[in-house]
Design a protein around this ligand. Structure first.
Ligand code: AMP
Length: 444
């Protein structure tokens, strides 16, 4: 394993203690290493063969089939119904599958999660560890800023590893520590997906060690910056092997100078790829702006929800209190709805998201932080009950619909209090938005 790990980068710059690779942070308390022995390889289901999954060649498209991926991983990809790579996957996978670091400018909705997961899973499968392993020592670490995003990435990872013996753990605050701990202690976890705070909790209690990490993914780096997580992320990165001795993938919706400075510190000769936001959302989302007075907004929303094609709707509001009031009002009116915001307990948020995914809830009312990274296919409408103050949030919001090639509708309400935000929004989009009065029937 060590030969593989350190032989991977073309020019390792630093000498490495191969007996027990040490991180840059010193562990003061002796580590209680609990050997778990080796993993038995999970046999590939007999009935499935990659040949069954062969899709026709299409000019300009990359088939997963052409990437030489492990068959067990291909089986997971086929189960998810992915046939051709999304642009970010087609751009980044040929590089990252060779072991190169990469930085990707990409929003959610581009397929970036599968891009980094496929890289990790394929490599872990190609390079199984034959020596004894120890609990609490993952081979891959993925950090993401919000709990919802962590859960989502964890779910995607479980789907993609379904036909393998790889084990995934998600570590998030607000959920039962002991339960997450027992997963780490009682099995050999290969991939850890975590939010920064909870990850540091596990590390400081000596329940998790990052010095065997071969892959480090930092997702939504710009959001980490916005949310003030960078000092924590720095500590985490410092306790993984040095950058020449791990593969690092970093994604961010924007490449600000601050993000670029972090990528310089954390990645080694990275391959760089930019997927522009207009490829994400605007192609598949019909964007409408309704000019409406504050007092008419609720009525308008109710009528939009009543339309037969509004099967699965996310309503965004800027503040938690607005979100709560709206949720309570809709619930009272008998709408099957749920709420996602920072004031809702984590386990409640997870069950709400699950019910929404399963179609038990028609409407989800959310704030930006809670709503970001929700990957639910089939959302028909996104309603911006209040316009986002940050134009970037607009792109994130409307990116919840029009996913995976489906068509979606976004309806933004612009009222006397926030219509001034439309100018900067159009500037960022580089296009005029169609602003109209709502049709009469939606106001009755
Ligand atoms: P992400 O950008 O990671 O949020 O992914 C956006 C959505 O696209 C998710 O629902 C994925 O399941 C889906 N997806 C990712 N890659 C593909 C692909 N190659 N083909 C079809 N759907 C995909």
């Amino acid at each position: 394993m060590l030969g593989k790990l350190f032989g991977k980068k073309k020019a390792p710059q630093k000498s490495v203690d191969t007996a027990n690779k040490t991180s840059q942070s010193a562990d003061k308390k002796p580590r209680q290493r609990k050997p778990h022995g080796k993993k038995a390889a999970k046999p590939q289901a007999k009935a499935w063969s990659v040949e069954q999954f062969k899709v026709p060649e299409v000019e300009g498209k990359t088939r997963f089939h052409d990437l030489g991926l492990d068959e067990r991983l291909m089986h997971g990809i086929a189960d998810l119904g992915f046939e051709y790579c999304s642009p970010i996957q087609a751009g980044v996978l040929p590089q990252t599958l060779q072991g190169h670091d990469a930085i990707g400018k990409a929003q959610t909705g581009t397929g970036k999660t599968a891009a980094f997961l496929i890289t990790i899973i394929n490599d872990l499968l190609n390079n199984p560890i034959t020596d004894d392993r120890y609990s609490g020592e993952p081979r891959a670490l993925i950090i993401a800023p919000t709990r919802e995003l962590v859960v989502q990435i964890g779910e995607d990872a479980r789907h993609l590893t379904k036909h393998t013996d790889l084990k995934v753990a998600t570590l998030i605050g607000g959920m039962d520590y002991q339960k997450q701990l027992s997963t780490l202690k009682n099995s050999l976890v290969d991939i850890v997906v975590a939010s920064p705070g909870r990850l540091l909790d596990f590390q400081s209690r000596k329940d998790l060690f990052l010095d065997q990490v071969e892959f480090l993914v930092i997702d939504e780096a710009d959001r980490m910056l916005d949310m003030g997580f960078i000092p924590q992320v720095r500590r985490i990165v410092r306790s993984t092997p040095q950058k020449e001795n791990r593969q690092t993938l970093l994604f961010s919706a924007t490449f600000t100078p601050e993000v670029m400075s972090l990528t310089e510190q954390w990645t080694f000769e990275p391959f760089q790829l930019e997927i522009e936001p207009d490829h994400v959302a605007t192609d598949t989302v019909d964007q409408k702006v309704y000019i409406v007075s504050t007092s008419e907004k609720y009525k308008l929303l109710r009528n939009i929800i009543k339309q037969p094609d509004a099967k699965s709707v996310i309503v965004f509001a800027n503040r938690r209190d607005q979100t709560r009031k709206l949720f309570e009002r809709l619930q009272k009116a008998g709408v099957r709805c749920g709420m996602l915001s920072g004031e809702v307990a984590q386990n409640k948020r997870s069950s709400t998201l699950k019910s929404f995914k399963e179609g038990k809830l028609q409407v989800l009312v959310a704030t930006d932080v809670a709503g970001r990274g929700i990957h639910v296919d089939g959302i028909t409408h996104v309603v911006n009950y209040t316009l986002p103050e940050d134009p970037e949030d607009y792109v994130h919001r409307i990116g919840r619909t029009g996913r995976a090639g489906a068509l979606g509708t976004s309806i933004s309400f612009a009222c006397e209090d926030d219509a001034f935000l439309l100018g900067p929004l159009e500037e960022m989009l580089g296009a005029k938005l169609s602003c109209t009065q709502p049709p009469e029937e939606l106001l009755t």
